[in-house]
Design a protein around this ligand. Structure first.
Ligand code: GLU
Length: 297
C-alpha cells in the first residue's frame, strides 16, 4: 500500500530511483522492504541481566548467528550476490535488532542440522535460527526461545511419481532421503520400513531425488515447498503432514533471561512477525499464524 502511494505521487522513474537509493544506502540499523521502510527498529539501551550470551553480544556490539543457507524461503544464501534471505534469516535479524544489534553487525554462519547443538554448546554462535524444532532431546543440551513458527513433516517426490502419496506409501522398497541429525530422518527410521539415505543438507537430498538415487525427500513441508517452487515441472509435495515441528531459537543453556527477552519480542511483535512472513513465505502457499511461545525453564 505504502509503495503504491509513493508510486502514484512521485511517478515511476523517481520512485525507482528512490527505491534504489534506499536499498543501496542500507539504512543503518534497519532492515527494510523494497520501498526502504524499516521492518523493525534497532532497540537502544537494552539491558538483560543474567545472560552470559547477551553480555558477550553487548560488549562486542556484534552477534554471531547460525542459519541454513540452502533452504529457499527460509534460510538462503545467494551464491552470486552473497545476500542472505528467508523467513528464518529475517527472524534472526529481528532478534538481533531487539538486542540492539543492527543488521550490518550480524555475522551469519551456515551450520547444517547435525552440527547445531555442538555449535551452540561450543559458543561458536550466540543463537541459531534455522528450521530448528524444539524437542526434549535437544532441550537436554541447549535452550530454546519460541516457538515462532509451526509446520509439519511432509514428502517431496518427482512430479511424475504416482505411487508415493503420503507416509503410508513409505514401504520397504522405497528409499527416502533426509538430513543427518534431523527429526525428519529419525521419524522415518522409527515409524516406517522405508530405506533411508542421508546427507548434511536437504539440497543434497533434492539432487539425490532428481538423479533417481532417492524416491522421496522428507523434511518439514515449509522447506519442501521452497524446493518444489524452484522446479515446479520436476518436483511436487504430496500427502498430509505427519508431525508437528515447532521452530525455536536455539541458545546456550544458562540464558533464561535472554530466552525471556526473545519470547517477549515475539509475543509483542505480531505485526512484525506478519510482515516477515508475508515478505518471505506469503506467496509460497505455506500456511501459518504466529504461535504462542512456551513458558521458559
Ligand atoms: N525441523 C526439523 C529439525 O529440526 C527438520 C528440519 C531441519 O533439519 O532443520 O530437525
Amino acid at each position: 500500500m505504502r509503495k503504491s502511494r509513493i508510486l502514484a505521487s512521485l511517478g515511476l522513474a523517481a520512485a525507482a530511483a528512490l527505491a534504489l537509493t534506499a536499498c543501496n544506502s542500507g539504512t543503518p540499523g534497519s532492515t527494510g522492504d523494497s520501498s526502504g521502510a524499516p521492518m523493525f527498529e534497532v532497540a537502544s539501551g537494552v539491558s538483560i541481566t543474567g545472560s552470559p550470551t547477551f553480555d558477550r553480544i553487548s560488549s562486542s556490539g556484534t552477534v554471531r548467528v547460525g542459519v541454513k543457507e540452502d533452504q529457499p524461503g527460509l534460510g538462503y544464501l545467494d551464491p552470486t550476490t552473497g545476500e542472505r534471505t528467508g523467513f528464518d534469516v529475517d527472524i534472526a535479524r529481528w532478534v538481533a535488532a531487539s538486542l540492539g544489534v543492527p543488521a550490518d553487525k550480524i555475522e551469519f554462519k551456515s551450520i547444517p542440522s547435525a552440527n547445531r547443538e555442538q555449535a551452540i554448546i561450543n559458543g561458536d554462535i550466540d543463537y541459531y535460527v534455522g528450521t530448528y524444532s524444539i524437542t526434549d532431546k535437544r532441550k537436554a543440551q541447549i535452550s530454546f526461545a519460541g516457538p515462532y513458527f509451526v509446520t509439519g513433516q511432509g514428502l517431496l517426490v518427482a512430479a511424475s511419481n504416482g505411487t508415493i502419496t503420503g507416509k503410508d506409501s513409505l514401504t520397504a522398497d522405497v528409499t527416502v532421503c533426509s538430513a543427518t541429525g534431523s527429526t525428519s530422518i529419525q521419524r522415518i527410521k522409527d515409524e516406517t520400513p522405508a530405506k533411508t539415505v542421508e546427507f548434511d543438507t536437504y539440497s543434497q537430498c533434492v539432487e539425490a531425488l532428481k538423479s533417481g538415487q532417492a524416491d522421496a525427500v522428507t523434511t518439514d513441508e515449509a522447506i519442501l515447498i521452497g524446493y518444489a517452487a524452484q522446479a515446479p515441472n520436476d518436483l511436487k509435495v504430496v500427502g498430509d503432514v505427519f508431525s508437528e515441528e515447532r521452530y525455536g531459537v536455539g541458545v546456550a543453556q544458562g540464558n533464561n533471561a535472554l530466552v525471556e527477552h526473545i519470547n517477549t519480542t515475539f509475543t509483542d511483535g505480531g505485526s512484525t512477525w506478519q510482515a516477515i512472513f508475508d515478505k518471505n513465505l506469503g506467496a509460497s502457499g505455506v500456511k501459518a499464524t504466529k504461535p504462542a511461545v512456551d513458558a521458559v525453564g
